[in-house]
Design a protein around this ligand. Structure first.
Ligand code: CP
Length: 316
């Protein structure tokens, strides 16, 4: 039995296989429509979510399975003091696979150690968000045609941004990746990522404060939200929250084929006037999240689908 705690839990070859499967699901959804018949996904979300929880649920329903779960700690027995370890033992009796989001770093890992079903880390505090990374990789691969030879700008809250941390870990395994880390001084990437992940692996990167200084070099601009929920005081959040606003004027400095990604939700960091720019890929990215989570569920449940399930393949 496998769990997914970090994007590094899959080898590059396994990731390629998973992304290939996700692309096949995108092209031939009907082929997979009953693949998880009789299976149940539990979504145990101790922290708010729109995309991750609902895309997991959409993924399981699109595979013919069922879903159950809770969407806040308050609506579960965590509010009565139940531990994550006890909760997952019980959930293991009710479901075949579990996606868990938790505000505490490492909580899904603790759950996986007591679980008898595969556990997927759906975001743990400021640590990792591996299924967002799978989504990001599928988006880049589908829209750029490659995962190497890219200059990637990561902009915003690089300190607490778990999507950024997971994405850096995943992308350094591909050739000729270069990062431009765009953040205010207070929100720079943690030193363990700068030193142990980037410097130790000889990954070229530069750190800049002004988005305008980076735009012209980038193949991908990955914007992130300054996350109110990770700040210890409101004053610091208010000072940082509108540090970056991507607008048409800044987009005019970018390459014609640069892509703008964002894990969403956005607040003010991308002006809505950018949404109609063909380079704005963040809503397409959200759609890829469903296909890649379908592929992940199939992979962790070890379900393979032949080219002709139910005798035939239908176009969509
Ligand atoms: N990208 C992402 O994790 O969004 P949600 O918080 O809405 O799940």
């Amino acid at each position: 039995m496998r769990h997914l705690m970090s994007p590094l839990d899959f080898s590059v070859a396994e990731l390629d296989g998973l992304l290939e499967l996700a692309s096949d699901i995108e092209k031939h959804p009907q082929k997979y429509a009953h693949a998880c018949g009789g299976k149940k996904l539990a979504t145990c979300f101790y922290e708010p979510s729109t995309r991750t929880r609902l895309s997991f649920e959409s993924a399981m329903l699109s595979l013919g399975g069922s879903v159950l779960g809770f969407s806040s700690a308050d609506s579960s027995s965590a509010s009565k003091g139940e531990s994550v370890s006890d909760t997952i033992r019980v959930i293991s009796c009710y479901a075949d696979i579990c996606a868990m989001r938790h505000p505490k770093e490492g909580a899904p890992l603790v759950a996986s150690q007591k679980s008898t079903i595969p556990v997927i880390n759906a975001g743990d505090g400021g640590h990792q968000h591996p299924t967002q990374t799978l989504t990001d990789l599928m988006t880049i691969r589908s829209l750029k045609g490659q995962l190497g030879d890219l200059t990637i700008g990561l902009c915003g809250d690089l300190k607490f941004g778990r999507t950024v941390h997971s994405l850096i870990h995943a992308l350094i395994r591909y050739p000729n990746i270069r990062f431009v880390l765009i953040s205010p001084e207070e929100l720079r990437v943690p030193s363990y990522i700068r030193e142990e992940v980037l410097q130790n692996n000889n990954i070229p990167f530069q750190e800049v404060e002004r988005l305008e200084d980076a735009m012209s070099q980038l193949d991908i601009l990955y914007m992130t939200r300054v996350q109110r929920e990770r700040f210890f005081n409101e004053e610091d959040y208010v000072r940082m929250k509108d540090f970056y606003i991507l607008d048409k004027q800044k987009m005019s400095l970018a390459k014609e084929d640069m892509l703008v990604l964002h894990p969403l939700p956005r607040v003010n960091e991308i002006s809505v006037e950018v949404d109609d720019d063909p380079r704005a890929a963040y809503f397409r990215q959200a759609r890829y999240g469903v296909y890649v989570r379908m592929a992940l569920i199939l992979t962790l449940l070890e379900i393979t689908v032949s080219d002709a399930p139910d005798g035939k393949e239908q176009s969509c």
